[in-house]
Design a protein around this ligand. Structure first.
Ligand code: 13P
Ligand code: SF4
Length: 387
């Protein structure tokens, strides 16, 4: 696949919520007649469709999904746990993935060919995953090759990347990682090479390299795919230990040092708990940092009366607050919003996708081509085998 800039028409259509973006890992068009959000029977309709499909259906819900959707999930989890859960249900004919596009792709890669993976709204992509496009990554890899550095460089991609990128990493001797095993992935890579290229989240890469592996900020360089040669000199690439891709999460990247200072002033004794997709200075100023599953476990283990400002997606923080009324749980920043693409999956889309399945029609199926899936599976299997 080659990387193409979206045309101005495509961009205009994208802004209108129609058409498709040729440079995105997701679609933006959702066919079909959706039920009205005001329909008072939506909950009953979703329940009836689920009951009609029985064991043929398995519904997965990411922790960042809305409550109205999570109530219908058979399992909830982070992106990797959900992919594994999908793979552990070979009897399910339909896997309905309430999450974003790259997660549904991973589920398709890890499930049997006859199992169908459905994303209730095709516009549920991930802006971070879109920040690393295969053509850009191949160009960066070619540059490393020209400089004689590719052999000593191990690619690692965060789970939050397209199947194309996972396939590239699988073909190039690297691994996938998640926010809970990024440290192990980096250590594994440094046993095989002298440098790592980390895609696409610069913050997870930097936070892990510096705070968990003890590298310095100067050991890391930032590769900007929109600049010639990534904006880096041959000397910078040669001396780098970690080449960070210039990508970030549009939700976690918005928490700031000011958010941390403000909440500490406003709430004496508060514990600040953030996801490693947050900026380095935010993570440094926080008391605890960890993956979504770590955040959930930390709050579950916290004593009654403790105070927590959490820097991760708002749906999860609100659910944690509701589940732990004996603890004071707040969102780290008053202005940061929900993940807009996670929130695309709402009850009307879920009801529509389920009722179509009951009628024998598979809508919004996510499929990864066999060659890409093969190589992406290699990178995912490598992650599973990390020591
Ligand atoms: P996890 O699902 O691995 O917790 O990642 C957080 C995230 O941003 C998912 O989109
Ligand atoms: Fe992507 Fe961030 Fe949304 Fe996760 S929270 S889907 S990384 S934009």
């Amino acid at each position: 696949m080659t990387w193409t800039e979206p045309s101005s028409t495509a961009t205009a259509l994208l802004l209108l919520g129609r058409g498709s973006d040729p440079s995105s890992e997701k679609g933006v068009d959702c066919p079909g007649e959706l039920p009205a959000p005001s329909d008072p029977d939506l909950v009953a309709r979703a329940a009836a469709a689920k009951a009609a499909l029985g064991d043929r259906l398995f519904v997965l819900g990411h922790h960042y999904q809305r409550d109205e959707v999570i109530q219908f999930a058979d399992v909830t989890g982070d992106s990797f746990k959900l992919a594994r859960d999908a793979a552990a249900r070979p009897q399910a004919e339909y896997i309905v993935f309430c999450g974003v596009h790259f997660m549904a792709e991973s589920a398709d890669i890890l499930t049997a060919p006859e199992q169908r993976v459905i994303l209730p709204d095709l516009a549920a992509g991930c802006s971070m995953a879109d920040m690393a496009v295969l053509g850009q990554v191949e160009k960066a890899w070619d540059r490393l090759g020209e400089l004689g550095l590719a052999d000593g460089t191990v690619p690692i991609t965060y789970m939050n990347s397209s199947a194309d990128i996972k396939g590239f990493v699988g073909r190039s001797g690297g691994t996938v990682c998640t926010s809970s095993n990024a440290e192990r992935a980096l250590r594994w890579a440094f046993e095989r090479g002298e440098r790592v290229i980390f895609l696409p989240d610069q913050h997870l890469g930097r936070n892990t390299a510096v705070l968990q592996l003890g590298l310095s900020l100067d050991d890391c360089v930032l590769y900007d795919p929109h600049k010639p040669h990534g904006g880096l000199t041959p000397e910078q690439l040669t001396s780098a230990k970690v080449i960070l891709w210039r990508g970030h999460c549009s939700v976690h990247g918005r928490f700031s040092l000011d958010s941390v200072r403000e909440v500490r002033e406003r709430v004496p004794g508060v514990n600040v708990l953030v996801h490693p997709e947050c900026k380095h200075e935010v993570v440094l100023a926080a008391d605890h940092v960890g993956s979504t599953e770590y955040i959930i476990r930390t709050i579950e283990a916290a004593p009654a009366g403790s105070k927590w400002a959490i820097g991760t997606e708002l749906n999860l923080v609100r659910r944690l607050g509701n589940a732990h009324p004996d603890k004071q749980i707040m969102f780290l920043d008053r202005t940061v919003c929900y993940c807009s693409t996670m929130n695309r999956i709402d009850l009307p889309h879920l009801v529509w996708a389920l009722e179509e399945l009951v009628a024998g029609r598979v809508v919004n199926e996510i499929t990864v081509d066999a060659d890409t899936a093969h190589h992406a599976r290699v990178a995912l299997a490598q992650m599973l085998a990390l020591p």
